[in-house]
Ligand binder design. Structure first.
Ligand code: ATP
Ligand code: MG
Length: 315
């Protein structure tokens, strides 16, 4: 099936000469929830702005549902709803009028029933006559989402949707996003909350210094997540691993003072008992055991870190 968004070779160098995106290739599949993770300044908002036609790329092309975002802007843009990171919400207008007006901007016929539905879904119905400026921050963010959904887009971009949103509301929002996906909407979100990506996403992309350093199915990542390490601190250092331990795939660390055993927590049988027995048989004594688990957060930090080192000039 053709992807709903196709990003090919997209690069962006801002007027001042700063390169925010190098050469990004990314295909977003129809109906998925895709989470884009990355530290501040990685290029997430820049990428979203390009796909939404707000910023022009320096190179490359973007297709939204088959339409070229530059050459067929209106057709491409009408498929997309965008909730921007920066809220522009000091309006005197009412919630109802603001959301209704947004729909009109896309040339769609009025549909009060649709507006009512999304306001209710977002728990904004009792605020429909309030002025935007009189709402709390979390409510304003929900109004932005209502605006983005007003023209029934097939693709929804959420740039930091839950920044500054309380825990309960965040859960409601996740629920809503899942509901949208169930109705066939493709959702791309950026977040700094790793657990949000873990909870929501079908696939995860990590961007750093304008480069996509990883794109993976969440479940595949979770398997990496399921990896645990047992570090065995030896009484006496060893030079080489005895053959009797081959089956465990151990690594020697800390100049032969440590054995590192990596195992899968999702397997019922970890093999730790056998390993300790085998060590005993080989006459290898140890003084301490230490286990650690890699989280998505760790994978993320490592990736970002590696990428940073790779960038530093040698020497
Ligand atoms: N209009 C602009 N002119 C020049 N540089 C810009 C402009 N907009 C963004 N940048 C730079 O491009 C880089 C990427 O910014 P971007 O907003 O895409 O990051 P981000 O990943 O969304 O970060 P955050 O998590 O903080 O929102 C940053 O270094 C930023 O300073
Ligand atoms: Mg941003």
């Amino acid at each position: 099936m053709q992807s709903i968004i196709s990003i090919q070779n997209v690069g962006k160098t801002y007027a001042g000469g700063f390169t925010a995106l190098k050469s990004v290739d990314l295909e977003i599949e129809r109906g998925e929830i895709f989470a884009l993770l990355g530290p501040n300044g990685a290029g997430k908002t820049t990428l979203i702005s390009i796909v939404c036609g707000i910023t022009n790329p320096t190179s490359g092309t973007v297709l939204a549902d088959g339409h070229n975002i530059q050459r067929e802007f209106r057709a491409a843009r009408s498929k997309i709803g965008l909730v921007p990171q920066e809220l522009s919400t000091d309006s005197f207008e009412s919630v109802w009028n603001t959301v209704t007006f947004s729909r009109g901007l896309f040339g769609k016929a009025p549909n009060p029933a649709h507006i009512e539905k999304i306001l209710r879904q977002l728990s904004l119905w009792d605020k429909k006559d309030s002025r935007i400026m009189a709402l709390s921050g979390g409510m304003k963010r929900r109004v932005m989402i209502a605006k983005a959904l007003s023209h029934e887009p097939a693709i929804l971009f959420l740039d930091e949707p839950t920044a500054g949103v309380d825990v309960e509301l965040r859960r409601d929002m996740w629920e809503m996003v899942r509901g949208l996906r169930d109705n066939g909407v493709t959702v791309i979100l950026t977040t700094h909350y790793i657990e949000e990506a873990e909870e929501m996403a079908d696939r995860i992309g990590v961007i750093n210094h304008g480069e996509l350093v990883l794109v993976e199915e969440k479940h595949a990542l979770m398997q990496k997540l399921g990896k645990k390490q047992l570090t065995i601190h030896l009484q006496n250092p060893i030079d080489t691993l005895p053959q009797g331990l081959d089956a465990f795939g151990l690594d020697l660390a800390d100049e032969g003072n440590q054995l590192v055993y990596t195992f899968d927590t999702q397997r019922e049988h970890t093999g730790i008992a056998e390993l300790l027995r085998a060590l005993n048989q080989q006459g290898i004594e140890f003084k301490d055991l230490h286990s650690s688990e890699s989280s998505l957060e760790e994978i993320f930090v490592n990736l970002v870190h590696q990428n940073q080192h790779a960038r530093q000039p040698a020497g």
